[in-house]
Design a binder for this molecule. Structure first.
Ligand code: NIG
Ligand code: FE
Length: 403
């Protein structure tokens, strides 16, 4: 297999002990879809049969960004609800009045497969333009076997047609569909019965739920997780976003890949996540857009060495953003992460939240997914916000994506 050499870059490898794993005048040697060697150009092994050489022009190189929590496939938008919230209605009040997630469910059920695909594709392209090479997409706006499957198929089709990795998460336990009004337990039974069908069709990589006063109880979430476990699927959870439900503790008992949001996470929850190796996925876009004031317990998570990831949570209701860099900036300004933690959150820890150990660092043996930025130092990534996209080149599995 041919070798290609990328030379003359400043590498934020996130590998080793140096801050950012920084390598000046660095080089990356790519063989097929993998990184074969990463280091200072002066140390490059001799006598290699390099078939293609690329000059990085002293630019910054990071691992490809991993957006580990999105709801990218849906119909319609919720700009009207944004206005209502500005007039004083809360996210919970709108949901209880039949709006919120249910409004998007109605719009999604009405949209054709093509319309869902086209709009999701445009959103994925916007994320990719800012350096994303791995993306998770949740269902959860179908809420019937047919419509959940449709959403998941769109996610799989994006993976087939675009140069990036897409993981699909079944979030059928996102809200109660109107046809199950007053019968939440029956709906959870139904979702449990759909999982083997969706999994057998190759449509699911993980199972998620919304454990919340306006979502599902811990007991219902537990039943869903038992079904996921019986079907051999990993779990993750929208936990402690609007209130403390003990969802994080429960998810940790099931070895969850991640717990996401976590504004109301308790000390117990932190300890349970640390013991289980569960990643904390922080979503500053939703915190900002819902004008929340309660911060996730960042210092506690840091003390307990719980890995922290950051994601866009792109969705029409609580986080209609398509900018991973803005999320890194907000993770610093709103949540007080360090700029380096924000980059680890969008790369290596995002990958971990998806159960992927083969990406997120620039190191020999990792996938050759990397992004080249028109920047000199990695702390500039989180510093800038709102426009002027500095992403210049993106390489996915060793192949440069068309610009
Ligand atoms: O991650 N919290 C639940 N789910 C989404 C919001 C979905 C919506 O409002 O449409 C979230 O914030
Ligand atoms: Fe979400």
């Amino acid at each position: 297999m041919g070798l290609s050499l990328w030379r003359n870059g400043r590498l934020a490898t996130l590998d080793g002990d140096a801050p950012w794993g920084l390598v000046e005048r660095g080089a990356l040697l790519v063989e097929g879809a993998l990184l074969r060697w990463v280091g200072a150009e002066a140390d490059l092994p001799r006598g290699l049969d390099v078939q293609a050489e690329h000059d990085l022009d002293c630019r910054l190189v990071t691992p490809g960004l991993v957006d580990c929590h999105t709801h990218l496939v849906y119909g319609g938008d919720r700009a009207g609800e944004f206005e209502l919230r500005l007039q004083g209605a809360s996210y919970e009040q709108i949901a209880r009045a039949g709006g919120g997630i249910r409004a998007t469910v109605a719009a999604t059920r009405q949209a054709s497969d093509e319309a869902l695909f086209d709009s999701a594709r445009r959103r994925a392209l916007a994320l990719m333009a800012e350096g994303v090479t791995t993306l998770e997409i949740k269902s959860g706006y179908g809420l019937s076997l047919e419509h959940e499957a449709r959403m998941l198929r769109v996610a799989r089709r994006l993976a087939d047609q675009l140069p990036l990795t897409v993981l699909a998460t079944c979030l059928a336990a996102h809200a109660l569909p109107p046809e199950f009004e007053g019968r939440a337990d029956d709906y959870v039974d139904a979702v449990c019965s759909w999982l083997p069908t969706l999994h057998a069709a190759g449509l699911v990589d993980a199972v998620d739920a919304f454990c919340e006063r306006i979502g599902f109880t811990p007991a219902q979430t537990r039943r869903l997780f038992e079904a996921a476990r019986a079907d051999g699927l990993p779990v993750k959870l929208h936990a402690e976003q609007l209130s403390e439900q003990g969802g994080a503790r429960l998810a940790a008992q099931f070895g969850a890949l991640s717990c996401d949001h976590l504004e109301y996470l308790s000390d117990d929850g932190v300890a349970a996540m640390a013991a289980a190796g569960t990643v904390a996925v922080l979503l500053p876009g939703a915190f900002y857009f819902l004008r929340e004031t309660r911060l996730p317990p960042i210092a506690r998570l840091r003390e307990a060495a719980v890995p922290m990831a950051i994601a866009t949570d792109h969705n029409p209701g609580s986080s209609p953003t398509l900018s991973p860099l803005l999320m890194m900036n907000m993770a610093c300004t709103l949540f007080r992460l360090t700029p380096e933690e924000s980059l680890r959150g969008m790369t290596v820890n995002g990958a971990r939240a998806l159960g992927l150990a083969d990406r997120g660092r620039l190191a020999a043996g990792q996938r050759a997914d990397f992004t080249v930025w028109d920047l000199q130092h990695p702390h500039q990534l989180a510093y800038r916000f709102g426009g002027g996209n500095p992403c210049r080149r993106v390489v996915v599995a060793g192949i440069e994506r068309n610009r």
